[in-house]
Design a protein around this ligand. Structure first.
Ligand code: ADP
Ligand code: MG
Length: 250
């Protein structure tokens, strides 16, 4: 029997009990509203990203098409002028690189696979393929979700968290290999990101926020995950790589 149960029911005690249960209800209400607000802010952010990605792709895409046509004309006219021909070839290469970078940027801002067909099973290997090509490190994935799709908020959350995790591998780990495993179970999804890089000391000043490891990036990932009831754990030892363990309930 708890202490409050053993107290006599005087009017004063009843008032105090009322006040405290009102307070608890108000706190719960505030928390629910804060979570709702954060979820809507994220949904708005994702809608904005989708629009920006489409604009980038559509407007700049047209310029690159025209540029390529004009360069072809120039190249034909420049046949008798080796210096001009070489310069045109360099401009064509630069322009092609810029076009690919813009496409990739637009893709990363909002992978179309998350809106259309494919989902995470397509978006994750695409992301890892890009990073492998860009860095020379080997990024492998094992995706055990078949053709299953999840709610847009879950797919977007996992994708954003993975993007942050991969950025950390590239920026901090100095890894030669990294692996990503996504598995669907009856009641939850698990995402594991493992690298063979330098690892870090979770207790080190600056490398963590007070609770359980992580700076802005990892903290942001935890906040995103919390909105879908998910969790993120970090396992790392200096010199022995890093593993992130992520769970999202279904
Ligand atoms: N995969 C990793 N390998 C090595 N160190 C890491 C890794 N991920 C994170 N860290 C360390 O944890 C710190 C916090 O990461 P994060 O929260 O993403 O913030 P940021 O990347 O902005 O520094 C990093 O600065 C780095 O020292
Ligand atoms: Mg980071």
């Amino acid at each position: 029997m708890s202490h409050s149960d053993s107290r006599p029911h005087t009017p004063a005690n009843d008032d105090a009990a009322d006040a405290s249960s009102r307070l608890r209800a108000e706190v719960a209400d505030l928390k629910a509203r804060a979570a709702d607000h954060a979820a809507r802010a994220l949904a708005q952010q994702d809608a904005d990203r989708l629009r920006i990605a489409r604009d980038l792709h559509d407007t700049l895409g047209q310029y690159f098409t025209v540029l390529a046509l004009e360069l072809n004309t120039l190249r034909r006219e420049a046949v008798a002028h080796p210096a001009i021909e070489a310069a045109v070839a360099r401009i064509a290469t630069l322009s092609e690189t810029a076009r690919r970078d813009v496409d990739q940027l637009a893709w990363e801002i909002r992978p179309p696979e998350l809106n259309e067909q494919g989902g995470l099973a397509r978006a994750i290997p695409h992301l890892l393929g890009e990073w492998s090509a860009r860095t020379g490190a080997v990024f492998q994935s094992h995706i055990a979700i078949g053709t299953r799709r999840f709610t847009p908020v879950i797919e977007t959350t996992l994708f954003r968290v993975l993007q942050e995790a991969i950025r950390n591998v590239v920026n901090h780990a100095g890894a030669t290999r990294a692996g990503v495993i996504l598995q669907a179970h009856d009641r939850d999804l698990s995402l594991t990101i493992e690298d063979d890089g330098v690892g870090f000391d979770l207790r080190e000043e600056g490398a963590m926020n007070a609770d359980d490891g992580g700076g802005q990036g990892l903290r942001g990932a935890r906040e995103r995950l919390a909105l879908v009831g998910g969790t993120l754990e970090v396992e790392t030892t200096p010199g022995r790589g890093t593993t992130l363990l992520i769970h999202v309930p279904l």
